[in-house]
Design a protein around this ligand. Sequence first.
Ligand SMILES: [Zn+2]
Ligand SMILES: [Zn+2]
Length: 104
Amino acid sequence: MKFSNYLVSEKKAKYKCECGWVYSPKEEEKPFDGRHADFKCPKCSALKEKFTKINEEGETEGSMKCKECGWIYDPAATGREFSEESDNYKCPKCDAPKSAFVAI
Ligand SMILES: [Zn+2]
Ligand SMILES: [Zn+2]
């Protein structure tokens, strides 16, 4: 079991372009947020706002995993944060309660 990646420092945060290219800063490079606003994807030339922050597993920031069945709650897909779901929220795959979800 891995610990939550919420504590990954902003400096090492990775961002994924809508084309799939991933900005992955190394220690000596600037963090993504430190880039100029006119930064463009080297692959598809998409603008900075087309990038989504991802965690170490390559999942969108804020993704949660059902520890019963492994189903992934992806806020980029649902359009809202997991914390905004009602307390009655259940895993769509195995009906596990909201409390069965862990941060990934
Ligand atoms: Zn791109
Ligand atoms: Zn589940």
